[in-house]
Design a protein around this ligand. Structure first.
Ligand code: GAL
Length: 686
């Protein structure tokens, strides 16, 4: 396989869309890419309409040959798209029913992008033919480094409710359940007279008079993710057959709810991500970090590609703030600190026309005189100096449990509260871990948990017997488990475990839940932590009974007063903690501090604006320090003996980190992020 990851190099570049520009610009593009240190571009993502003029037309590769030759001559490697992301209008004249249908029965129209029904055979045949032609033409091109399959599967169209998909869904269900009685049992169709007698009676959960069957909804989510995955696999099969020497990726889009990335990542040679933290939100870097840790974990800890981000503003928020000077660099270096070996953008040159003409690019409309261009060039040079990081991994002993299926199930309608949502809860626990100076891996229900000291599960609403067993044996062997509220409620069919929640983990927790108290917006419920501090639950509280565990916090109000709000239980060689309330980040951190300390992890106290990480490899340990605060300088105390990564000078342990500044510090001995202390901030901030 091509040596895509030259271990001595970080990749730098972006989406290159030459079809938007006349050929005379292409030469200029390559010259400017060289000037900026660009060594990698994603090419052809939206080129299908230019490559193929109609169903009978020969492929028009001439222009792409020319662009690829220019890039190759300029020393720019190519991440070549299969060009299937946005089918051309003629395909829908040929196949009007290849247009997808929404939940409420609307067949979508030509004029945007990503218009396709994943089940349509005519569309699939056209995709196969295009991918085959691309692979045959360019498989041995000397600049080809990677295949970029399609683009952000599921970003706009993650499900299609047409009759073709309904038929596929029935086939998928047959495969899953075998016979219809098993489906009836799994879906609980005895309720509301929903029993099916023939497969043909089953439909997707389209708009119905009231709540659709929850298990049907859950299986629909699974099917829709699998159906898209089959589209990806269709392309990959062609590429593996014709170009087995070229690695393959498809770019993920943050935490995209409807696509279960765990199933996809194992089918890629390298995992890649598109991330768009909002520059107007001073804490958006925390969610970005969570995404980066997710994608690194999806790749089994290997380095990954930041395939897209914005140099400055995007065009798709209500108000699109630019990135202030320094923020683009900081955002990019953050990805590298969390394991990225490529820093890429959408897109190389900002468009003059089309829906994204107000989206920033590496080369803005105003051209080389822009500050963005200056920052792009400076970052390209800086990344060359940070190449040592490309060989390193991100060590950690702390894992955050994340599960797409549980996310889907939690957010199906008709729950005790519609306010308990997956991502805000996960983000809060993650932020708490970061504030304690922890590097974090993400793990999935079936993951091997050996090697972690603590597993934090902010919400595991859906827990199969197998995944509950995985958590149980983790604790049995000496692990420390923190479980958030409304966990372990249902199995894979959205069926409730009886006898006290969570049915499968009551003994592990030494506690069980009797009932739930959803809180209205603005409503809170008091509790007292073991150290005497007062805290308040919002959104959610539970009546918790202890059965062997002990209370680390108690409710102080309403009819829960005196009852446990947080439990701790020693189970075999390990320990479990359960939170019977949705708490503020600081109070979650209070518990996590205790749990991590018991698990033997060093903890510190860091402001969220400071992203601290450690990378390590054969060449030693590198501490990354990124100050996302817009105005405050952070005064830090570092472990002794550090040296600048890009230089030989040794560093004093007192370091002032200016607003939006980043430093990488090298050590010859093991260090952890919690070795860093914030001594003061200037001006003081809360
Ligand atoms: C991504 C997409 C790009 C571009 C970008 C704009 O989701 O892959 O093609 O549209 O968003 O931010």
């Amino acid at each position: 396989m091509t040596n895509l990851f030259n271990p001595d190099q970080l990749l730098y570049g972006g989406d290159y869309n030459p079809e938007q520009w006349p050929p005379e610009i292409w030469r200029e593009d390559v010259r400017l890419m060289q000037e900026a240190g660009v060594n990698f571009v994603s090419l052809g993502i939206f080129s299908w309409a230019k490559l193929q003029a109609g169903p009978e037309a020969a492929f028009n590769f001439g222009w792409l040959d020319e662009v690829m030759a220019l890039l190759h001559a300029g020393g720019v490697g190519i991440n070549l798209a299969t060009a299937t992301a946005s089918p051309p209008p003629w395909l829908f004249v040929q196949f009007p029913d290849a247009r997808p249908v929404t939940w409420d029965g609307v067949r979508l129209e030509v004029g945007g992008r990503q218009l396709y029904c994943p089940s349509h055979q005519g569309f699939r045949t056209a995709v196969r033919a295009l991918v085959r032609a691309m692979a045959q033409r360019y498989g041995d091109h000397p600049a080809l480094r990677l295949w970029h399959v399609n683009n952000e599967y599921g970003c706009h169209i993650s499900e299609c409710y047409c009759d073709l998909c309904a038929e596929q869904f029935r086939g998928w269900l047959r495969g899953r359940y075998g016979d219809i009685d098993a489906l009836n049992a799994a879906w609980g169709t005895a309720f509301w007279s929903q029993q099916y007698h023939r497969w043909a009676e089953i439909q997707p959960p389209r708009q119905a008079p009231t709540y659709a069957n929850p298990a049907q909804q859950l299986d629909w989510r699974r099917f829709s993710s699998d159906n898209l995955l089959s589209l990806y696999e269709l392309e990959v099969a062609v590429l593996r057959e014709l170009t087995p020497h070229v690695p393959v990726t498809t770019n993920f889009l943050g935490f995209l709810k409807n696509v279960n990335y765990v199933q996809w990542a194992s089918r890629e040679d390298v995992v890649s991500l598109d991330a768009y933290p909002d520059p107007a939100d001073p804490h958006s870097h925390v969610e970005a970090a969570l995404q980066y840790d997710m994608v690194r974990s999806l790749g089994g800890g290997r380095r990954w590609l930041l395939m897209e981000q914005a140099t400055s503003a995007v065009n798709w928020r209500t108000r699109n703030a630019p990135k202030r000077p320094g923020l683009m660099r900081l955002d990019s270096l953050q990805a590298v600190a969390h394991g990225a070996s490529a820093v890429m953008y959408f897109q190389w040159r900002a468009s003059r026309a089309g829906a994204e003409k107000y989206h920033s690019g590496m080369l803005p409309h105003v051209g080389e005189q822009s500050r963005t261009w200056q920052e792009v060039k400076a970052l390209g040079a800086e990344l060359r100096d940070l190449k040592g990081l490309a060989r390193m991994g991100v060590p950690t002993k702390v894992a955050l449990l994340f599960d797409w299926e549980s996310w889907w199930a939690l957010e199906i309608d008709s729950k005790p509260s519609a306010d308990l949502r997956q991502m805000p809860v996960v983000l809060k626990y993650y932020a708490a871990l970061r504030s304690l100076g922890q590097s974090v891996d993400l793990v999935w229900p079936g993951s091997d948990l050996n090697g972690y000291a603590a597993v934090i599960a902010p919400n595991a609403y859906l827990l199969t017997a197998q995944s509950a067993g995985n958590l149980r044996s983790f604790v049995q062997r000496g692990g420390h488990l923190v479980l958030g509220p409304f966990s372990g409620i249902v199995d894979e069919h959205e069926q409730i475990g009886l006898g006290g929640y969570p049915a499968l983990l009551r003994d592990v927790l030494g506690a069980w839940v009797e009932e739930w108290l959803p809180l209205a917006p603005g409503e809170t419920l008091g509790l007292r932590l073991e150290d005497g501090r007062e805290a308040r639950a919002s959104t959610w509280a539970e009546k918790l009974h202890l059965s062997g565990g002990r209370a680390l916090a108690q409710f102080t109000e309403d009819y829960l007063a005196g009852g446990a709000a947080i439990s701790e239980h020693v189970f075999r060689k390990g320990r479990s903690y359960y939170l019977a309330a949705d708490l503020a980040r600081e109070d979650i951190a209070w518990l996590l501090r205790r749990a991590l300390a018991a698990a033997g992890a060093a903890v510190s106290d860091l402001p969220l604006e400071l992203d601290v990480g450690v990378s390590s490899g054969e060449d030693g340990w590198v501490l990354s320090l990124l100050n996302f605060h817009r105005t405050a300088t952070l005064h830090l105390r570092l472990p002794e003996g550090g040296r600048e990564l890009s230089g030989e000078g040794s560093l004093a342990s007192a370091l002032a980190l200016a607003p939006l500044a980043a430093r990488f510090v090298r050590y010859d001995r093991p260090i952890v992020p919690s070795d860093v202390r914030v001594v003061a901030s200037d001006p003081a901030h809360d």
